[in-house]
Design a protein around this ligand. Structure first.
Ligand SMILES: [Zn+2]
Length: 341
């Protein structure tokens, strides 16, 4: 092949390869291939000394022109690639204002906390302040001072988590009644929320942990009628409408007389539905007049003072209200459950 043809071939080859360069790396290797010290142009230049004198100058001019031409191809391709990259960057950064916004994630209070706070707010309106007591209790505060007989089944290891012979996880919030009365004199009007623990088999209906709130009112001349009117006002506020109450005789060691209190179903107003199992009533709380022995334990004169107390389970209340059929859901921290409230 004549040198002129080789130059022409190199020109075409260079144009094709430079045009197909996709990035800086391609450009650099093409540059080495054509313009490098051992590149295509350099090897063509090396042939000049062996040419006849009349062709030396002409071929020299041709090769110099080709060198410049290839250099300008490189410059053109480089700036083209730069422009394309800039366009791609711009497209990626562009904000699509038609896309929906990202929903901010924020935590909220557990349904048990929400319910307790709601109840505390209502009771505050009726004059009750809040008292908290320890979750680790002595046998005396959890049972003895509350008039539990020594052989009461609730003291059994089956129901109570004993830490030592005398220390235990409280099985109800009632010990806080004792703490409160020990440090204050009547009149007392307090509510006592908190965690309680029972050594029970875990299933859909029972769990080892649950929450209670209790109310206690002690003064001269407090009657069972006061208990009824207080519960009526409190529960009507909580359920957002007038409720009916039903008192069934019951037994608790720390109250006498004692009653289980049912409230008319908030869903069917007593007509009967699936929430109240067609009875029209919901079992809601236990209540009664404070037993004289409890007053004696805290140094109050049972001839002078009377009082009432009631206690209710928070989980059961929420389960009835929202139709939840498994108590374990409250403690599993599954966001699909928690986010519904
Ligand atoms: Zn009902």
């Amino acid at each position: 092949m004549s040198l002129r043809n080789e130059i022409e071939l190199a020109r075409q080859q260079a144009r094709e390869e430079i045009t197909s360069c996709a990035d800086d790396k391609d450009i650099e290797s093409a540059r080495v291939k054509f313009l490098g010290r051992k590149g295509v142009i350099a090897s063509l230049m090396k042939q000049i000394p062996s040419l006849p004198p009349d062709e030396k100058r002409e071929i020299g001019l041709l090769l110099n022109a080709l060198k410049e031409e290839i250099a300008s191809h490189f410059a053109e391709r480089s700036s083209q690639l730069e422009k394309e990259a800039a366009q791609a960057r711009q497209a990626a950064e562009q904000i699509d204002i038609t896309l929906p916004g990202r929903k901010p994630l924020h935590g909220k209070k557990h349904i048990i906390t929400q319910t307790l706070e709601e109840i505390i707010d209502i009771l505050a309106y009726h004059g009750f302040t809040v008292e908290y007591g320890p979750e680790l209790e002595t046998d005396y505060y959890n049972f003895g001072a509350l008039n539990f007989p020594q052989d009461h089944p609730a003291r059994d290891m089956q129901d109570t988590f004993y830490i030592t012979d005398t220390l235990l996880l409280r099985t109800h919030t009632s010990p806080t009644q004792i703490h409160t009365m020990e440090k204050r004199q009547p009149p007392i009007r307090v509510c006592m929320p908190g965690k309680c623990f029972r050594n029970e088999a875990i299933n859909a209906r029972s769990y080892i942990l649950f929450h209670q709130i209790e109310g206690l009112y002690v003064d001269e001349g407090v009657t069972f009628g006061d208990l009824k009117s207080t519960l009526y006002a409190f529960l009507s506020s909580y359920f957002g409408r007038e409720v009916s109450l039903r008192f069934r005789p019951s037994y608790f060691p720390f109250t006498e007389p004692s009653a289980e209190v049912d409230v008319s179903c908030f869903l069917c107003s007593g007509k009967g539905c699936s929430v109240c199992k067609n009875s029209g009533w919901l079992e809601l709380l236990g209540a009664g007049m404070v037993h004289p022995n409890v007053f004696k334990a805290v140094g109050y004169d049972p001839e002078k003072y009377t009082g009432f107390a009631w206690g209710m389970g928070i989980e059961r209340l929420i389960m009835q209200k929202y139709g939840i059929d498994d108590i374990r859901l409250f403690f599993e921290n599954d966001l699909r459950f928690l986010e519904q409230f």
